[in-house]
Ligand binder design. Structure first.
Ligand SMILES: Nc1ncnc2c1ncn2[C@@H]1O[C@H](COP(=O)(O)OP(=O)(O)OP(=O)(O)O)[C@@H](O)[C@H]1O
Length: 308
């Protein structure tokens, strides 16, 4: 369990993390999302004591990171995959970490196998590809068999087989009852693995939600329907949880709260002729963009239609 209370980090005038409150619970994968510069890495660094909060607190399993006598056994983190001595082999890197916590050589071999590094374990880590470096970082994160696992952009640099492997690893760790906190820019990937989402923008929590609720909040799934008698179709479709919008004089209506199939059936029952019946699904990407549009610091002219 990770608990942040009014967690704040300032660098001079810059407020990187601005009084955030959140709880990351065990037994689930929690996705940590936000545009570039939103404060995700800074928050993660504070969780494992690499940065000190300017104000507020963050605890892992009830204590601040520094208060744990064997932190690797409490929380395993992948923050900067490249922070490994380039001249050291993967095996030696993991053994060095293992020594500090009395972790056995057998466990080192186990995580090497688990992360698919057997064939390169004796090679210099400096010669590793980005994907191999990520795997080594993940091996280090799970080495102490920690209750809480925190990974910053773990799929970065991984090939499709590696992405699938990470997906299974994260859901597997959560299924074992562990707390899994993972940041990513890949919304589609998050939609597949995350049970819960914490979305930040400009250092603040914008949403603490689920994938389903985020999509619903962004308008949910809508259906565009056109008919020669929109007033009658409105009357037929209206009901609890159903929202219908349309311009006066237009044959087209936009409906939320009813599936296309149901709309078609009700129209047929009342002898209404439909010219169009189109289901539109809001993707997690769209929902995310909608939520964070005010918080994006680095706009590209091509996606926003204007320069930052
Ligand atoms: N050491 C530092 N000194 C000054 N400013 C910093 C420092 N570290 C981070 N920042 C600033 O704090 C803000 C948050 O940065 P952070 O790296 O936490 O964001 P992020 O959400 O992880 O971004 P990204 O998705 O690009 O990795 C940014 O504006 C960044 O420039």
């Amino acid at each position: 369990m990770i608990e942040a209370r009014q967690l704040t980090k300032r660098y001079g005038d810059k407020v990187a993390v601005d009084g955030v409150d959140f709880t990351v619970r065990p037994g689930a994968v929690t996705g940590f999302l936000g545009p570039n510069g939103a404060g995700k890495s800074t928050t993660m660094r504070m969780i494992i004591g690499l940065d000190a909060p300017t104000a507020g607190t963050v605890t892992v399993n009830g204590r601040r990171y520094a208060q744990h006598s064997a932190p690797l056994r409490e929380v395993g983190a992948l923050l900067e995959a490249r922070s490994i001595h380039p001249g050291r082999s993967a095996f030696d890197h993991l053994m060095a970490l293992a020594y500090t916590h009395g972790i056995s050589r057998a466990r080192v071999s186990e995580v090497i196998e688990m992360t698919g590094l057997q064939s390169v374990a004796r090679k210099r880590a400096g010669a590793f590809s980005l994907g191999m470096g990520q795997r080594l970082g993940i091996a280090a994160a799970v080495l102490g068999d920690p209750q809480t696992v925190m990974l910053d952009e773990p799929v970065n640099g991984l090939d499709p087989e590696g992405v699938l492997w990470i997906r299974n690893l994260l859901t597997g760790l959560a299924a074992e009852g562990r707390t899994v906190f993972v940041s990513s820019h890949l919304m589609s990937e998050m939609a597949l693995v995350a049970d819960h989402l914490i979305i930040v923008g400009r250092g603040r929590v914008l949403a603490d939600t689920t994938v389903r609720d985020l999509v619903l909040q962004a308008g949910g799934d809508t259906v565009v329907v056109a008919t020669d008698d929109p007033a009658e179709l409105r009357r037929v479709l209206v009901g609890p949880g159903v929202e219908i919008t349309g311009h006066p004089g237009s044959e087209q209506l936009t409906v939320t709260g009813l599936p296309a199939r149901e709309i078609g059936r009700k129209a047929a029952e009342h002898g209404l002729v439909l010219f169009e019946l189109t289901a539109k699904t809001v993707s997690l990407e769209e929902a995310f963009m909608e939520l964070t549009k005010e918080s994006v610091e680095y706009h590209a002219a091509s996606t926003t239609g204007r320069a930052a």
